[in-house]
Design a protein. Structure first.
Length: 206
């Protein structure tokens, strides 16, 4: 780890999210600009390979998910733990880790994700629907993702088939009780109004 003395001291605060099992740790440092790194409990080996910070957080028995984007980290806890029992300790650990110049996400992870996303999207919509899919993606990028990021999560296009849009929910949105209501009450309604070919929007946990 290398400390850059020219940078201001790390400031860190927590924000509640719509998902009671997740907490958002927000800093005054840009951690992973314009990209996302989402690690689930089943991806601990991936975290060890690509994100020393996520790997360190996974060493805590309370942690079952780590999502990193821009200037924040969203941590998802196990159901049988309460935030009050470890939140302050985790906050101090993250703050010190960043202040000491610890690696957040290794270079090359973004390229890996792009390659995997392209592989997932290949064949996920008919060639004649390419123009519609482009409109869907633009709608998500411009209107939906910024609001979702405020809640410590992310949403990404997954597929379009017979009028049904599948989206990938990450971070605090994955498994959140209120995300289904938001998806159906807000996102689906907006897409139907702006893109008549859309009949339904369904979520897939990331």
């Amino acid at each position: 780890m290398e400390t850059n003395n020219n940078l201001p001291p790390v400031m860190l605060y927590t924000e509640q999210t719509p998902n009671p099992e997740t907490l958002k740790f927000v800093t005054n440092r840009m951690l992973y600009p314009k990209n996302t790194a989402d690690f689930k409990d089943t991806q601990r080996d991936l975290a060890k390979e690509w994100s020393p910070l996520a790997a360190a957080l996974f060493e805590q028995p309370q942690v079952k998910g780590v999502y990193i984007c821009n200037n924040f980290i969203t941590v998802t806890k196990e159901y049988n733990f309460e935030w009050e029992s470890f939140m302050l300790e985790m906050k101090s650990f993250i703050k010190k880790y960043i202040q000491d110049g610890g690696t957040i996400v290794k270079e090359g992870f973004e390229t890996l994700q792009i390659q995997e996303q392209k592989a997932k999207e290949s064949g996920s919509y008919a060639p004649e629907d390419a123009e519609i899919v482009e409109k869907i993606k633009n709608l998500i990028d411009k209107y939906v993702r910024p609001a979702v990021e405020m809640d410590g999560g992310n949403i990404a296009f997954k597929s379009f088939n017979n009028g049904i849009v599948s989206v990938l929910m990450q971070g605090s949105c994955s498994g959140c009780p209120s995300s289904t209501q938001t998806l159906k009450g807000g996102i689906e309604g907006m897409m139907k109004r702006m893109i008549p070919q859309v009949k339904e929007v369904v979520a897939i946990a990331g």
